[in-house]
Design a protein around this ligand. Structure first.
Ligand code: ZN
Ligand code: ZN
Length: 298
């Protein structure tokens, strides 16, 4: 039986369940936030929407970004995923900032003596539903992750639990505002500000790798060190230069010149470059694009 096949099916299933629960929760919380006068719930709903959109980008990226190269995209489709992720990050960052600023404005107006509408019980129950669903999702995802022994699924499980904690923060804000009333209505925007900071953190976290992939950033130093020491292990390589690296839409692109003894046969020189390329590909991943130029000493 295809063990790998059934593992992939389990991963797809648990990922899709997570995606749908987040879509459902973001719908409930954003509408409860808007209709029930709770900026905390609105911010929490935005958080679920951000989880939903990053999951979708990852899911589509895995399907679409791996599309084989064609006549119009000789280097593949990887940058489409980076671009989609970047747009999501900018959208999230923008809305989170908006909630953050609104939260402070609301608090100031309450301090100035304005009377604000108390959040409705609907917002409270939406937060409660979010806590319970996230906890359920956490336990289900954790069980699947343990069963098929997948680190990314286990990481997803703990993300669901942290989402539950975010909703507990929103619940305390809304609950405190409803039960205590008066100036305590302030608890709701305070919770909204805290949640907006969490969303902002997510936005920065997904923005950085996406921008690195789009703007041809050089590889990290520790990756470069590994490349250098691999090349150094070849005694026949007298020297190397013009080494350039970048990350292009999730793929690693690497090119450099190697100096070989000028009297080596073309076949021998090519064998050396070939062996090195193969070893580097093992290090950098199957999709890496590696170009090695061979030359004699000056
Ligand atoms: Zn989350
Ligand atoms: Zn050269």
């Amino acid at each position: 039986m295809g063990n790998q096949q059934s593992k992939i099916r389990e991963i797809n299933k648990v990922t899709l369940v997570g995606i749908f629960v987040n879509l459902f929760l973001s719908g409930i919380k954003i509408s409860a936030g808007l209709l029930g006068n709770s900026s905390a719930l609105f911010a929490d709903g935005l958080h679920s929407l951000s989880d939903f959109s990053t999951d979708i980008a990852a899911y589509l990226g895995a399907r679409f970004g791996d599309k084989p190269p064609d006549d119009y995209h000789n280097y593949g489709y990887g940058k489409y995923e980076s671009l989609a992720t970047l747009i999501i990050a900018l959208f999230l960052g923008f809305v989170a900032l908006q909630i953050f600023i609104d939260g402070f404005r609301t608090i100031l107006s309450i301090l100035r003596g304005d009377i604000l509408a108390i959040p409705s019980w609907w917002a409270f129950f939406a937060a409660l539903a979010s806590i319970l669903l996230n906890e359920g999702l956490f336990r289900y995802t954790l069980a699947v992750g343990k069963k098929i022994n997948s680190d990314s699924i286990l990481a997803n499980a703990w993300h669901h639990r942290s989402d539950g904690w975010t909703s507990i923060g929103a619940l305390m804000g809304v609950g405190g505002a409803i039960l205590l009333g008066g100036q305590w209505v302030m608890l709701d925007p305070v919770a909204a500000i805290i949640v907006s900071l969490l969303v902002l953190k997510v936005a920065v976290h997904i923005f950085i790798p996406a921008i690195r992939e789009l703007m041809d950033f050089t590889l990290h130093n520790n990756e470069l060190e590994k490349i250098y020491s691999t090349i150094d292990r070849y005694e026949e390589i007298l020297d190397y230069h013009k080494l350039r690296s970048r990350k292009a839409g999730g793929k690693i692109v690497l090119e450099f010149h190697i100096v070989l003894d000028g009297d080596l046969s073309l076949k021998k020189s090519h064998d050396i470059a070939d062996a090195l390329e193969k070893e580097l590909r093992e290090l950098l991943g199957k999709s890496a694009i590696i170009t090695i130029h061979i030359e004699p000493p000056l």
